[in-house]
Structures are given as C-alpha cells and as structure tokens.
Design a protein around this ligand. Structure first.
Ligand code: ZN
Length: 99
C-alpha cells in the first residue's frame, strides 16, 4: 500500500461496533483474468471485529492503478466515517472475523 493510503487509514474514525482504531483499507481484485482491464473493489474493514464499510468498485486500466486506488480509498474512508456500513441480509451489518 502506498503512503497516501496509509495516511487515509490513520485518519479513519473508530469502528462503530467495537471502537477499535485499527481499520484498514482492503483492495480486492476479484476478476483478475483479464490483464488489460481489472475490476477492483475497495472497502474499509475493522481489524478487530471485521465490520466493513460499503464497497466501491471500478474497472481500471492497470496503468492507472495507484491513482484509482487512492480515489476509491478516499471514497470508502468517507463512507466509513459517515457510518455507511455494508448491509447484508436482514439489513444486518456485515461483521467478519472475531475468531
Ligand atoms: Zn470493529
């Protein structure tokens, strides 16, 4: 992760569920079979209880990977800070981990 992402992570509000300050920006590339264009998904996830923000995804050219990642990271950081938490079935917040 680049320094801008680390800066975004360090400014995140505490987790709305457990109050932990250890949240990180997760970048996933779920469809990596096309080398020319990739779809990435970005969200903020609490390292302690696994709660996560709403997800932002975008198709990008790998050449502009870093620029787009930073843009999406800023967007999901805003969602996290506004408490826009991903809702799964039954409108329950998604919490993972906690093992
Ligand atoms: Zn948490």
């Amino acid at each position: 992760m680049n320094q801008t992402i680390q800066k975004i992570e360090s400014r995140l509000y505490p987790c709305p569920f457990c109050g932990s300050l250890k949240s990180c920006c997760v970048v996933d590339n779920p469809y990596c079979n096309n080398p020319e264009k990739v779809i990435i998904e970005v969200w903020i996830q609490c390292m302690k209880c696994g709660a996560r923000s709403a997800t932002q995804s975008q198709t990008i050219n790998p050449e502009y990977f870093d620029t787009v990642i930073v843009k999406l990271a800023q967007r999901v950081a805003n969602l996290w800070d506004r408490r826009a938490i991903y809702n799964g079935e039954n409108n329950e917040p998604i919490k993972r981990g906690n093992q």
